[in-house]
Design a protein around this ligand. Structure first.
Ligand code: ZN
Length: 302
């Protein structure tokens, strides 16, 4: 009997699994969300695992209290939204109370959140949001916001002393170091890989409850950092919900990194399903050189 042709037994892209409904929320940020939301959409869609919709908060701040995305209609909500400025707290960019409660309820009931970079600057006055993201920066965060978390001598350290939350030096390419190689998101990744030019967040602080740090990056003194290994990729449990949080992803050029692409695809899939089926691609960066993802190689990609 003849063997089945190989192409008939090969798994289709996305593994033939039902697609995950994702909602990207944007509309306000001190970052270029108009440029980065299309990149994030492409990252998710390129995995063949997601369908993506975008909810953009109204620019008229008087209309913002009426912004009520139907979170429960999605398997995962990605936040590309920063209510606060780089140092300023901007309560006028907060969502209305019903929308805040809706996100809390969504997560408590088993929803999923994917937190990208400056979304961890957001909503500094919203206590439950701090518990969702674990660590945040800027927006007047300080010792009242919670603990600093970092790695020192290979061990996770929590530090409750005084000091502001949130810092970065000049943008540069830097290595990401995996601390939890057996987590579904990081399993099979090189233990050290070079990330493209980005802000290296440090001094993040927050409640950091039910949080696992999957990867760190060294914040060097030469780059005006704090001489410590800072959390870059985290997972959290919040109620029955799962949260994936990465501090990476300042600019579109940072997001085009094949490492970032893979981390966001797998992290967002894990938040939505508790499992990871998206493979680590052949173009994943090694320890010495960052690499742009091949998903951006085609002409229509921006
Ligand atoms: Zn940034």
């Amino acid at each position: 009997m003849a063997a089945e042709p190989l192409q008939n037994t090969a798994q289709p892209p996305g593994g033939g699994l039902p697609k995950i409904k994702a909602l990207i929320v944007d509309g306000h940020s001190n970052h270029k969300w108009e440029i980065t939301t299309p990149i994030l959409r492409k990252i998710l869609e390129a995995s063949q695992r997601f369908t993506v919709e975008v909810a953009t908060a109204p620019q008229d701040l008087n209309e913002l209290p009426n912004f009520k995305p139907d979170f429960a209609a999605y398997a995962v909500v990605m936040l590309n939204y920063n209510s606060d400025g780089s140092v300023l707290r901007r309560p006028d960019r907060n969502w209305g109370e019903p929308t805040q409660r809706a996100l809390e309820d969504y997560l408590k009931n088993g929803g999923a959140l994917s937190v990208i970079h400056s979304a961890n600057n957001s909503f500094s006055g919203w206590q439950e949001y701090q518990r969702m993201i674990g660590l945040g920066g800027w927006g007047h965060r300080n010792d009242k916001s919670g603990t600093y978390v970092y790695f020192q001598d290979g061990k996770l350290v929590r530090e409750n002393g005084p000091g502001v939350g949130g810092w970065h030096g000049p943008e540069h390419a830097f290595p990401v170091v995996i601390r939890e190689p057996d987590h579904p998101i990081t399993r099979g990744m090189p233990l050290k890989w070079m990330h493209a030019k980005d802000e290296l967040y440090s001094h993040l602080r927050g409640p950091a409850e039910n949080m696992t740090v999957l990867a760190t990056a060294y914040s060097s003194k030469q780059m005006r950092g704090r001489d410590r290994d800072e959390p870059m990729i985290m997972t959290l449990d919040y109620g029955r919900g799962r949260v994936f949080h990465t501090a990476l992803g300042h600019g579109d050029y940072s997001m085009r990194c094949a490492g970032f692409v893979t981390v966001v695809q797998r992290g967002t899939e894990w938040a939505a399903t508790g499992k990871v089926t998206i493979p680590i691609p052949a173009d994943f960066p090694g320890a010495d050189q960052d690499r742009e993802s091949s998903i951006f190689a085609s002409k229509e990609a921006k």
